[in-house]
Design a protein around this ligand. Structure first.
Ligand code: SAH
Length: 294
């Protein structure tokens, strides 16, 4: 959702056909506008971590001007509500383990739609540059000679930090922050836990896609020398109304997360910064007046 002020932005370009709105989003089976435009293009757009008001104005404009939007499972419903109803949408989600569409099929679909002359938005949760397989998609576009651009989004770590009050750096205890993942291309490969444990002593480490491996990660980090009382936070559904935060130690976090029955998506924050948590009131962020998508 978006505030009324954003609606009044000067120069906002409303696409043709806007007046012909129909109920519900359509599926793009055939190009609706071929013949009008010679060549399609793809905008790879970051949808942010959940709250639609965290979309950039540029991302929002891309959604208004799209012919078709291909979106992932991580894209929040509130962001999808910002897509005008005449714009076609296709879910190409892949949730950990459950691939509803293989990556190469997503690439092919994107290329096919753009080649038919459409203005395609490839909408990705968070930021397209962070654990989003964007390079696979841009390579396919490059090979097909399709022009594309990338619109950044707020990555989950930044969103979670703001909405929980846990800073990512703090000059008293963390001079840097690492965004990492517990999942490599090869599922059997594990991170270097000794190196991770050593880094965590002086910097923050945010682990994406780590919830399922939380107990393994904590066990290995403790074996690698991380003290049992080292602070950890797990944030589920960051920036969404159902956000949940569990803070504990590397010794107790897995048990507490199991008790809280977190399902994900979730981020793990390892570091002394968890103790520097500021008492933010996230409800204040929900008090902006909204208008729904057209
Ligand atoms: N491109 C995304 C990351 C995609 S990887 C970004 O920049 O944020 C998917 C992982 O991101 C999830 O498994 C989870 O670890 C994390 N994630 C994404 N959105 C999240 C949210 N709203 N709350 C908590 N974690 C989230």
């Amino acid at each position: 959702m978006i505030s009324t002020t954003i609606f009044k932005l000067p120069g906002l370009l409303f696409r043709r056909g806007m007046e012909n709105t129909t109920k519900g989003h359509k599926h793009a089976d055939a190009p609706a506008t071929s013949g009008r435009r010679q060549k399609g293009r793809v905008m790879i757009v970051g949808a942010g971590p959940g709250d639609a008001e965290l979309l950039t104005i540029k991302a929002w404009k891309c959604l208004q001007q799209a012919d078709v939007v291909l979106f992932d499972w991580l894209v929040n419903q509130s962001v999808l509500a910002e897509i005008p109803r005449h714009v076609k949408t296709e879910f190409v989600g892949k949730r950990s383990g459950k691939h509803s569409m293989p990556q190469n099929a997503i690439c092919e679909r994107m290329v096919e739609l753009a080649q038919s002359g459409l203005n395609v938005v490839r909408l990705k949760g968070g930021d397209p540059a962070v654990f989003a397989r964007t390079t696979e998609e841009t390579s396919a576009l490059e090979s097909a000679g399709i022009p594309f651009a990338i619109v950044p989004g707020i990555t989950a770590a930044s969103g979670a930090s703001a909405y929980t009050g846990i800073p990512l750096t703090d000059r008293h205890c963390a001079q840097s922050v690492t965004l990492t993942t517990a999942h490599f291309k090869d599922e059997d490969v594990l991170p270097d836990f000794c190196q991770m444990a050593a880094q965590m002593m002086s910097q923050t480490m945010v682990v994406y896609m780590g919830l399922k491996r939380l107990s393994l990660i904590c066990e290995q980090l403790r074996k690698a020398g991380l003290p049992d009382n080292f602070p950890v936070a797990v944030i589920e559904n960051a920036c969404c109304p159902n956000q949940q935060v569990v803070t504990a130690t590397v010794f107790s976090i897995s048990r507490q997360v199991a008790e809280a029955e977190l399902q994900g998506p979730a981020l793990l924050i390892f570091g002394e910064v968890v103790k520097s948590r500021q008492s933010v009131t996230p409800a204040l962020l929900q008090q902006v007046s909204h208008v729904t998508g057209i």
